[in-house]
Design a protein around this ligand. Sequence first.
Ligand code: F6R
Length: 616
Amino acid sequence: MCGIVGYVGAKQALSVVVEGLRRLEYRGYDSAGVAVVADGALSVRKRAGKLGSLEELLGADPLPDSTVGIGHTRWATHGAPTDSNAHPHVDEHAQIAVIHNGIIENHAAIRQRLLAKGVHFSSETDTEVVAHLLAHEYPSTQGDLAEAMRRTARQLDGAFTLLALSAADPDVVVGARRNSPLVVGCGLGENFLASDVAAFISHTREALELGQDQCVELRADSITVTDFDGNPARARAFTVDWDAEAAEKGGYDLFMLKEIAEQPRAVADTLAERIGSNGQLQLRELDSVSSRLASVDQIVFLACGTAYHAGLVGKYFSDHFVGVPSVVELASEFRYREAPLGDNTLVVAISQSGETMDTAMAVRHAKESGALVISICNTQGSSIPRESDAALYTRAGPEIAVASTKAFLTQVVAVQLLLLQIAIIKGSSDDLELKSMIKALADLPAQVDLALDTVEPARQVARELVGAKSVLYIGRHVGFPVALEGALKLKELAYMHAEGFAAGELKHGPIALIEPGVPVVVIVPPMGSPMQIREKILSNVAEVQARGAKTVVIATAGDEEAEKVADYLIRVPLTPLLLQPVVATVPLQVLACELATAKGHDVDQPRNLAKSVTVE
Ligand code: F6R
């Protein structure tokens, strides 16, 4: 939520900053703005709307040349998405500009204090107080903007990444972070600050991850990190393991289409080196916690949205292989319950971005309660893995489309790897069965590749469903999370009413929604799954068909029983039941993408959403 970029170096700052904002626009896109310092003055341009509107403004009213600048793309929290609420915000004398990601929780009290001192505000945002606080602190710091930032940060509650520029110091950008992301890009004679490495990946892959409550002073040839009291602090260095091309559309019309197509590679990369040529699992990332894993007696999966659905798949897997009680919790709910956690509880936090505030706060709560926390994450340098005892990175590469696709598939795979490893450590499962599941996992990239053959059939079905008012999704066992995921994709992209149900629940109420013509998407377990599950869902399909529903059946190629009850059929490759979500989700992603396109929606940037939800 909100993307921020800062630059100091020898290049034209504006083009570096705007290019960075383009790569961060997935984080928020309701307004954008930039600020540079030139000839001892601050120049700001900002405008409501997507980045394109700001670029039009910059064309009509150019900024002066400058080698230092900051930029922001906003997802509104306080104040409507208007020009005046867009960032950067400046102090009354336009000497200091600030951009912000997060929420300043005590902004109202600070605003009152500043109003009492006669300060004039020009926006409704929580952020503007920071510009005025910085301006008040700056004069007594002998021109030390970093010190002014530290003094300001100490007065703030809540979540913030802040960047600031001063007209009086054309060589420096300062930043501060608490509970929101901030990474430094380390170049040669130039340095970068951003919410995400994507902003500077075309300039450098060397990065620093700022820790909690740290402040950074960035110059072209130096990076100084301190805590909020000014004591020297260390930021963790890392090298980004993907390149700028990975964050481009690469010939596709939409990032989402590219990311769907990348899924075989993403799954292969997530498995790579984790299954040895001898068929043994080797998850070195878990070495430091393996003795604690041996005594795990409860597993709690924590996540939000699509990642929560990956957790639901994990529960079925855990029940089968690990056999200790497990629950899947929405991170936003978990945090405010008094869930009993102990030293032997394993919390598995799943997050693509590693920055989702609800999940990050739930992780913190779990750590404080003494639980072992392992995160499954796709983003290097993000908060959730940093706060976990161990992290298993998915290797999906940058996911730019707001709707999650390849991240979901790799989350499911990573959760399964983790649970198999626990089963091995605990000796909780039959050796032969473990071996055969590891082999099936190793074969998955090829199966996902075959699942891409569903793209065309799913597109054809989408054309048939354009006029539908509502689409229902049903599944049993791991097909249930797939149904939830399919429905979520349709809601967020096509803005259509959609709901996922456990098929067995239909008769307890939802079947009343069925009327002639209502599309019902059904995930049929692969042949070879326990008969009770297959038979029961096939009778559920017959029940809805008897009431006039149009069935869209996702079934394994060659499944003749499923074909009989299908008005529209999409065939997916054969996998073991527990792995079916990895292939069955693919056509549902395409269905939602196509329906959204047919309705003329912006698929990569759906309304009201942002990719990284860094507010609660
Ligand atoms: C839906 C989607 C969201 C995210 C959720 C969690 O397509 O992308 O539901 O899954 O906001 O995000 P992460 O995984 O970054 O914690």
